[in-house]
Design a protein around this ligand. Sequence first.
Ligand SMILES: Cc1ncc(COP(=O)(O)O)c(C=O)c1O
Length: 447
Amino acid sequence: MTYPDMQSKSAQLYERAKQVLPWGSTRQAAFFKPYPIYAAFGNGSRVTDVDGVERIDYVCNYSALMHGHCHPKIVEALRKQAGELLSIALPTEAEVRLAEMVCERMPGIERIRFCNSGTEGVMFTIKAARAYTNRPMIAKVEGAYHGSDDTASISTYPMPDSWGDPDAPDSVPPAGTTQHCAEDVTVIPMNDAEAARRIISEHRDQLAAVLVDPMVKNLGYEQATPEFIGAIREETAKHGILLIFDEVYSFRLGYNGAQGVLGVNPDLTAMGKIIGGGLPVGAVGGSAAIMDELFDQRNKPRLEHSGTFNANPMTMAAGAAAMELLTRDEFDRVAALGDRARSGLADAIKASGAKATVRGTTSVIALFHTSADQEMHTYRDIMTVLAQDPAMMERSYRFFVHMLNNGVLMTPYGFMLLSTAMNESDIDVMLEAAHSGLRALKESAAA
Ligand SMILES: Cc1ncc(COP(=O)(O)O)c(C=O)c1O
């Protein structure tokens, strides 16, 4: 079956779904035109849709499925847990086990508390920083996505008519967030160490924390440079401001997360995705000093943090099983598959002569349909390239559809993620599809 096919079960399901779900599904990231593909089941690296079409899943639920679909060890842990407790208003040993594993790996996490999404994890790190420092403001990077919390979503997708000076960007609230909220946020350009120092120093008495994602997906997996992080760490420490790492995504970078790679300990860390083993999860972690002061119930608690499903035993069991499977060797193996994929894609771009460039590291890949000599390191760089070449998104979409029709599910915007369920032949299937897809793009550009 070739996508799109208006007779397909997915197309029919979409018509039905639109009667009750705006756009036919709850998840914005799951939608593409003319209709989204509805999933039926997954197994290892593969996912099968309701029409029975199997594809290699290079989305991995936007990083959460580090072990692909239905890993037998995770399913076994869930089966056992489902027979014992689904949810409960008491702590469980599974919660203690997962907490021990995360604390053992993440240098900046000595204590952790769980919640149910990365959005919540980020939100609680922000609240924790405000409560700990008694200050209102947060600094964040322009164009960095941190989930849907009001504060964290400021200036995630600002437009040129309101984004202000490139060296001192304006705080732009998205629809549904108030200007009042934006006033408590100051915005830093990605990887501009000098601007970071200046902006932090200007707001030093008001800033509770600087929130940084060490690897920003929206910016083509742009990694924070050691100079940028070093400047922020130094400035925050000087002024009693906390440094928050959002490792919801960047935990993928290695056994000890991005903080292990960078050799920098944040004061607080937001976690999510992988640590839930495929089930909903989030967490706020940090140093014992900060976390105990804020959350120790024997003290007068300074920060309210409750939730009916926080640390629910199903997520904790799946998360613990997933973390056990995620050894240093597995990180290395997946990173080697990533190298094979990135160098194969670079070869395919060269062989086809298509206008495209490949980026990423370890288990993440971004394929942008623009030439390699374009500056694409900040949000404004990307917006400038898009303004100069509006057909870029169209090329990206056509490539995505070609991949769908050749056994590969990736994101419409060119992102691919790897899982431990993949092997070299999964990479080679993707590369073969990419070769023909890039050739087709080049041919249609020449026509
Ligand atoms: C860096 C980052 N932070 C936070 C979030 C929000 O996590 P969730 O979707 O679990 O709310 C995401 C989600 O993609 C993310 O990539």
